[in-house]
Design a protein. Structure first.
Length: 351
């Protein structure tokens, strides 16, 4: 796809993406019951060239959801079960000394690890030591690994979905906030509703045929990722995303009182980037060529919840990061005129 496209080509690509989105949801519904919001956020992250961190208690089909998505997208898939004894070379690959049959000399040959797939499931990422976590997160950021003195480029597209269990914290290594920032979204996988759990019980206790048909392949996804970045965003939507993020920074002028009371640390510039990229992808998935503040609002929690840190006072009161984001959305005007005329926010824009 070229850097500039005609309106007809753009509409054709949007129609293709919309049809693919509906087809993916239909295919996944053959295996996964409910979790529509989670699936939407996974696809938004994929089309924005981001990565996802999924958190939920055991038994909510996180692994099944990700492996089914890989089948829908016709991409190579690898699942890594993170354990306390997992080493960086186990995921990046290693060099082995082999004899060259033609020359008779011994030489090193690189054997790629599971990171050299399009979609990688890092299962229970918080159960492996920081050294291995860092190797994965470096690959996510740089999209390459270095073994010895040689750099190896990873597959394109490259999409990492990591899961972690919020319970059973004994023997785990929590991801530092700086490393969590590498993930575009932190997605909470919640319990199903009564009707959904009833359908899960019915399906999983009888003979089940899940004939999943591929919808998109790797090159198509790369083209759609380029399309997302071509979606225009108005200055107002950019200012709105900036206002949300900059209000989380403790000690700055113009921040709400509850931020000073509840937070010890705020989000960085990467949060603004992911809010806007995610809003672009969400607009396209809904058949729109324009981004609205509603798109930013819908993604504020998954983008910000792991980028802001509550203090002891908030934790003692049971205040979560989602509650902080909810209050930010309430107190930040979404309309253009109201946003720029707000005396408190004017201090933020002038900083």
């Amino acid at each position: 796809m070229s850097d500039t496209v005609s309106s007809a080509e753009l509409q054709e690509s949007i129609d293709k993406l919309g049809k693919a989105y509906q087809s993916i949801r239909e295919q996944m519904s053959k295996v996964i019951v409910g979790q529509d919001e989670v699936i939407e956020q996974l696809l938004i992250s994929l089309f924005s060239r981001g990565h996802c961190l999924l958190e939920g208690v055991p038994g909510l089909a996180k692994t099944l959801m990700i492996s089914t998505l890989a089948r829908c997208l016709s991409m190579t898939f690898a699942r890594i079960q993170f354990t306390p004894d997992l080493m960086p070379a186990d995921i990046t690959g290693t060099e082995v000394l082999q004899e060259n049959r033609e020359t008779g000399k011994r030489e090193f040959r690189f054997i790629p690890g599971p990171l050299f797939h399009n979609m990688v499931l890092a299962d229970e990422i918080n159960r492996t030591p920081p050294k291995t976590q860092a190797a994965l997160l470096e690959a996510m950021q740089e999209r390459q690994v270095t073994v010895g003195q040689v750099r190896h480029t990873l597959a394109d597209p490259f999409f990492v979905l990591a899961t972690q269990n919020p319970i059973e914290q004994e023997g785990t290594y929590s991801l530092p906030e700086a490393q969590q920032d590498r993930f575009m979204f932190k997605v909470f996988v919640k319990y199903p509703s009564f009707s959904e759990e009833r359908e899960i019980a019915r399906r999983t206790t009888s003979i089940q045929i899940d004939d999943i048909q591929p919808v998109l392949d790797g090159p198509s996804i790369v083209e759609l990722q380029k399309l997302v970045r071509q979606v225009p965003v108005t200055e107002h939507v950019i200012d709105y995303a900036l206002a949300l993020v900059r209000q989380t920074r403790v000690g700055e002028e113009g921040i709400p009182e509850f931020v000073s009371e509840w937070l010890s640390w705020g989000a960085g510039p990467r949060a603004v980037q992911f809010l806007l990229l995610g809003a672009k992808a969400r607009a396209l998935l809904n058949g729109r060529t324009h981004v609205s503040t509603e798109d930013v609002q819908a993604l504020a929690s998954p983008v910000l919840r792991h980028r802001i840190v509550t203090n002891f006072s908030a934790e003692s009161e049971g205040i979560t990061t989602d509650r902080v984001v909810e209050e930010l959305l309430k107190t930040t005007p979404a309309k253009e005129g109201e946003l720029t005329r707000d005396p408190r926010l004017q201090k933020i824009f002038a900083a």
